[in-house]
Design a protein around this ligand. Structure first.
Ligand code: SF4
Length: 435
């Protein structure tokens, strides 16, 4: 079989979407062409996520769907489900040809070659620095807002999470190669850099005999005049060092918006989750941030219905939301992942109670988000323009410093500009303006 076209589908978090961009670059650099539809592609790549049970189920149903309409094809399953389920995937679904863990995407072209001789290919080793060395050399297709992975893996072992098993231990990329890559993104038009990592604020690397942390890295990136905005995600509360907190006051390119997952408002649940902090510790971080920069807004992640979560625990989560007023958040019902510590715990809360709690929480979060968005109506705010609508070129899309999506009707703005616009209307998800 010859491989001239490919299709990539991404599941899960921003890191996976970023990894998919890398996979696309790798395959394009080998002369292959990306197709919008799986049915037109020789190679179908599923970049998987194993954080929730639902994403893994979705993968197998997608493979089943493709099998119905396409006989001649090669299916590669890459990412965290590939890492976790490993060779077992070949038994679960015979049409899978390639299994590739998240540290080895750069080996994909070689595996496509090898498949002509050996029809089942697998690589799930942790060779993280080799991956980054290779990917740095790749040509990038990135936008005004460009994502860059600076850190991978996790040593925290939260009791519900598979990441330490699928992505391996914490690893930080060298400063020199990051600055080189970021400068080249800026030369190609990037105005905003979003630093990514499973524990991005655990970033730590030795450079010329000195330990560089995330605050140092952000300061270094800020020296590039073309970069107007810097963000980082996802952070762990225990890695919010004082110098990183203070940077939210002193570094004007660092946006006043922080995604800081809390997971629960109950210290008892946090302990069971092995989050390594209690709720007072979390609240103190937010207080410090708001003291040094009263403008700062916080978003978070919540897990509802963790085994043993009582009505009282859930109430504490609602109280925390009332206190912090998170302006954006992700919330999910707890999903047991095989092999994790929590998968062995008794989970007695009925599914309907969990659903009800999630609904109550999400309604509260939505209400706060809407109120926050409404506070901008009739006011001016800086928006970094990211792109122009293809279907309706009168409209542009951009983001405020607080990550709100803004749709702007205009004849005169260009992607890459930071435009001060007057917000006319909003809903809980978006702001709208014209200029
Ligand atoms: S900090 Fe916890 S939730 Fe985040 S990746 Fe590590 S183990 Fe998973």
């Amino acid at each position: 079989m010859s491989f001239s076209t490919f299709f990539v589908k991404s599941y899960g978090c921003q890191m996976n979407i970023y990894d998919s961009q890398k996979i696309i670059s790798i395959l394009e650099n080998k002369g292959m062409k990306q197709n919008e539809y799986a049915e037109d592609a020789d190679l179908i790549v599923f970049n998987t996520c194993n954080i929730r049970d639902k994403a893994a189920h979705k993968l197998y149903s997608d493979i089943g769907r493709i099998n119905k309409f396409k006989k001649e094809k090669t299916i590669a399953v890459v990412g965290c489900v590939a890492q976790a389920e490993n060779v077992e995937m070949f038994n679960k679904n015979k049409s899978i040809d390639i299994i590739l863990g998240p540290q080895s995407y750069h080996l994909l072209p070689q595996m496509i070659e090898d498949i002509k001789r050996n029809p089942k290919q697998i690589n799930t080793e942790f060779i993280v620095n080799e991956k980054f060395d290779y990917l740095t050399e790749q040509k990038r297709k990135q936008g005004i807002s460009s994502y860059i992975t600076i850190q991978e893996g996790c040593d925290k072992f939260c009791s519900f999470c598979v990441v330490p098993y699928t992505r391996g231990p914490e690893y930080s990329r060298p400063l020199k190669s990051l600055i080189h890559e970021i400068n080249s993104l800026a030369e190609n038009g990037a105005k905003e850099i979003v630093l990514l990592g499973q524990n991005v604020n655990a970033y730590s690397h030795s450079h010329n005999g000195r330990k560089i942390n995330l605050a140092d890295l952000i300061e270094e990136i800020s020296k590039n005049e073309n970069i107007k905005r810097i963000r980082y995600t996802t952070s762990h509360p225990i890695n919010m060092t004082d110098d990183l907190i203070n940077l939210h006051s002193t570094n004007k390119k660092l946006m006043p918006f922080l995604h800081l997952p809390v997971q629960s408002g109950s210290s008892e649940v946090l302990k069971k989750m092995n989050r390594k902090y209690d709720i007072n510790f979390y609240i103190k971080i937010i207080e410090k941030l708001k003291t040094i920069n009263p403008q700062i807004e916080i978003s978070s992640d919540f897990i509802i219905g963790y085994p043993g979560e009582s009505e009282q625990d859930f109430k504490k989560t609602l109280d925390l939301v009332d206190q912090i007023k998170f302006t954006q958040s992700y919330s999910f019902i707890y999903s047991s992942r095989p092999g994790t510590k929590s998968s062995f715990e008794n989970d007695e809360t009925p599914p309907n109670i969990k659903k009800e709690r999630l609904f109550i929480l999400q309604e509260k979060l939505k209400e706060i988000q809407l109120k926050f968005n409404k506070s901008f109506c009739g006011k001016n705010i800086d928006v970094l323009i990211e792109n122009q609508s293809i279907s309706n070129p009168e409209y542009f899309f951009g983001r405020t410093p607080f990550m709100q999506s803004v749709y702007i009707k205009s004849q005169e703005i260009k992607p890459g500009e930071v435009k001060n616009v007057n917000i006319s209307t909003c809903n809980h998800k978006n702001l709208y303006a014209s200029c």
